[in-house]
Design a binder for this molecule. Structure first.
Ligand code: ADP
Length: 333
């Protein structure tokens, strides 16, 4: 096996480029040629290939986004399209494909494995951190940093005007960014999908009212995961405003959480996983994800990464829930 291919697929995440660099450098040291296909699975099907050489990797790992570009390509679910991708990979003499992406991308990789005999290695690249089998994913730490910085900024202006803010963070259907950003941003409340039971609107409103009464000059920040509230954060802000009589401002952070230079933690993780992926190929691994558990690189069967839900760290949930409790007793009328 002399040639490997790389794609970045699905939602881009800061650190993907550092991962590509590590793959290319490690492959070069082991006399493997690397080609990249642009735009994820679509690029394989349409044969949008480019050579990736060590010299191309200068000034790459510092950049957010992905130099290989990404895409959503639902057509890949069709057998005939996946077969077409297998044909293109064979035409290039590719022996192994590395897919940097999230759970959708790994579903795609498992689908491709039905039609293609080469080795397929997944690397967890998603800001959402919602893949089982790995403690963290490429881009998550940077996204949390970005959300925290945004919360800090909103906190300053909210504090100046004693305002209530609902700050919506990403996470698709997982609360990892929400939990970590809530703790780091010292949020007064947190709404993430994993909470059991979910806080009721009346409880949230009651808490805001009591906080306003006890600390009328203070800001109040609720971190809310996207896709959580029917009608979205605007609707929730409106409902809370109506219930409390206090204007509640909605601040969706949106795609700024996806962009930006990867932080040191994400660059180091990306390079570790990228190098290990090439070593895994040389060792003959197939259809696995390279993850990290308690500082150790691990290999996990690809299908196990998306068939199981990854729970939040309960110790961190308890930390946030404990810290956001306000003792109103002394101020209560
Ligand atoms: P992410 O990898 O970030 O979760 P998506 O869910 O958009 O992002 O998935 C990325 C791509 O993976 C999709 O655009 C599609 O090409 C492919 N994909 C996702 N799910 C499947 C599936 N069940 N079968 C085949 N391909 C899939």
């Amino acid at each position: 096996m002399e040639k490997i291919a790389v794609i970045t697929s699905g939602g881009d995440a800061p650190g993907m480029n550092a991962c590509i660099r590590a793959i290319v450098m490690t492959a070069d040291q082991n006399d493997l040629e690397v080609i990249g296909f642009g735009h994820g699975y679509r690029g394989i099907v349409e044969d949008l290939n480019q050579p990736l050489r060590p010299n191309d990797m200068r000034l790459v790992s510092q950049r957010g986004g992905t130099i290989l570009l990404s895409s959503r390509f639902p057509e890949f679910k069709q057998d005939k399209i996946a077969k077409q991708a297998a044909t293109v990979l064979d035409q290039h003499g590719v022996g192994a494909l590395i897919v940097i992406g999230g759970d959708g991308s790994f579903r795609g990789a498992s689908h491709l494995a039905r039609f293609w005999q080469g080795q397929i290695i997944g690397i967890p690249g998603t800001i959402d951190n919602d893949l089982a089998g790995t403690d963290t994913t490429i881009g998550f730490a940077t996204a949390v940093d970005t959300a925290m910085e945004a919360i800090d900024r909103i906190r300053e202006t909210a504090e100046a005007m004693a305002r209530v803010f609902l700050i919506e963070v990403m996470g698709r259907h997982a609360g990892f960014i929400g939990l970590h950003a809530a703790i780091a941003g010292s949020a007064e409340a947190m709404l993430v999908p994993e909470l059991e039971p979910q806080p009721k609107l009346a409880d949230l409103a009651d808490n805001i009212r009591r906080a306003r009464k006890a600390y009328p000059d203070s800001s109040y920040i609720i971190v809310v995961s996207e896709n959580l509230w029917p009608g979205g954060i605007d609707e929730l802000s409106r409902a809370l405003g109506q219930a409390t009589g206090v204007t509640c401002h909605a601040a969706p952070l949106g795609h700024i959480q996806r962009g930006g230079r990867p932080n040191a933690q994400d660059r180091i993780l990306s390079m570790q996983l990228g190098q290990s992926a090439v070593h895994a190929i040389l060792d003959g691994s197939r259809t696995v994800m390279i993850g990290i558990e308690q500082g150790h690189v691990v290999q996990v069967p690809l299908h196990l990464t998306f068939q199981r839900d990854k729970p939040l760290d309960q110790r961190l949930v308890d930390l946030q829930l404990g810290l956001q409790q306000i003792n109103f007793a002394s101020n209560d009328a």
